[in-house]
Ligand binder design. Structure first.
Ligand code: KG4
Length: 338
């Protein structure tokens, strides 16, 4: 008997719906919200309203592209958290309402588990997926974590950021440079033309596997401020070098801790996930990191790095197989650890 899951993601500023049958992706529709650009960051109330406008057309389109109708669905998986509460409420309520209407179960998905399990989204029967265990470097706008993944349900967080996430370091430094929100992709593009050794920014010295990016952010800000006193066009004249040096520092910080984790756990595969794993420098560095150590690198397609419902649907599929469903009175949550 085949199992078809509808996944719904609405944790931040992307409304997404996807359909997966027996682990194979049939559709993945994402509506990104442009309304936040003018504010330089996500405005929670506007995000919730945009989700309300988008959710029905996005779900309808995902079903249409997959060639299924409501009665073909076996369950609806939705992101229950972490994320923005108002945004999560839209997806959660929609999923529950639709499930009641169709008389099928709902499955709650932890957004971070979804990012890790995005490596198991298959677009064809033949596609390879990771063997367990593997280490996952989960780097997004809100998280920077090293996770030891022993099975789809057994994940141990070895380290996490104690302040800002890698994505915030990209976005906040980009904001200092006057780049639009989110700044990560702009830094990525500019970095290809700059010298990564042009500027030296602070790196943290904290024990264990935890990350910290707030010192780097301050050091970036001070470098720009000090140089602007001498040269009012400093940012314009050095934007590619600033971007390349910032990106290199972020990658160095990420890889230092990852190298420790690989050495100490002796796990022979590394996966990356989350929005920052779309970064070309990060992808190339992980590839090189794994090649040098003769371990396997799992680098997801860019569509599956940022928020998407395909990862929610695949996580929901694994929970379905285990018979783990969600009761209708389960509310969304804004914060949680893996
Ligand atoms: O996982 P994600 O879509 O969602 C949240 O965590 O909310 O990650 C978004 C983050 C943002 O900080 C964005 O700037 C960053 O991912 N990002 C990138 C790139 N694409 C997205 N950072 C660096 N380079 C990129 N190409």
């Amino acid at each position: 008997m085949s199992i078809t899951i509808l996944g719904i993601e609405s944790s931040c500023d992307d409304t997404s719906a996807a359909v997966i049958t027996d682990g194979i992706l049939r559709s993945n529709v994402i509506a990104s919200q442009k309304v936040h650009e003018q504010f330089g960051g996500v405005v929670p109330e506007l995000a919730s309203r945009a989700h309300q406008q988008n959710i029905l057309p996005v779900v309808s389109e995902a079903l249409r592209q997959a060639g299924v109708v409501g009665k073909d669905l076996d369950a609806i998986a939705f992101t229950r958290g972490p994320g923005l509460l108002g945004s999560l409420l839209v997806g959660t309520s929609f999923a529950k309402g639709m499930a009641i209407g169709l008389d099928i179960p709902t499955i709650d998905v932890n957004h971070l588990h979804g990012h890790v399990l995005s490596h198991f989204i298959k677009e064809s029967e033949e596609q390879e997926v990771p063997d367990f265990p593997f280490l996952c470097l989960l780097i997004s706008g809100g998280n920077s974590q090293i996770i030891l993944v022993r099975s789809p349900f057994d994940m141990e967080m070895l380290g996490s950021t104690i302040d800002d996430a890698a994505g915030e370091a990209f976005d906040k430094c980009a904001k200092v440079m006057g780049l639009p929100y989110p700044g990560g992709p702009h830094i990525d593009r500019l970095a290809t033309e700059g010298d990564p050794n042009a500027f030296k920014f602070a790196k943290p010295h904290i024990p264990g596997y935890d990350y910290s990016f707030s010192g780097l952010k301050t050091s970036f800000l001070y470098t720009v401020r000090d140089n602007l006193k001498e040269d009012p066009d400093f940012i314009e004249n050095h934007k590619a070098d600033l971007a390349a040096s910032l990106q290199k520092t972020i990658i160095d910080i990420l890889l230092d801790k990852l190298a420790m984790a690989v050495k100490e756990t002796k796990v022979n595969a590394v996966a990356i996930g989350g929005g920052v794993s779309a970064n070309s420098g990060v992808r190339a560095a992980i590839d090189e990191f794994c090649r040098r150590r003769k371990i396997k690198a799992w680098i997801p397609k860019r569509t599956f790095t940022t928020d998407n419902a395909a990862m929610v649907a695949i996580a929901g599929y694994y929970k379905y197989l285990k018979g783990e469903f969600c009761s209708l009175d389960m509310p969304p949550y804004s914060k949680v650890e893996v």
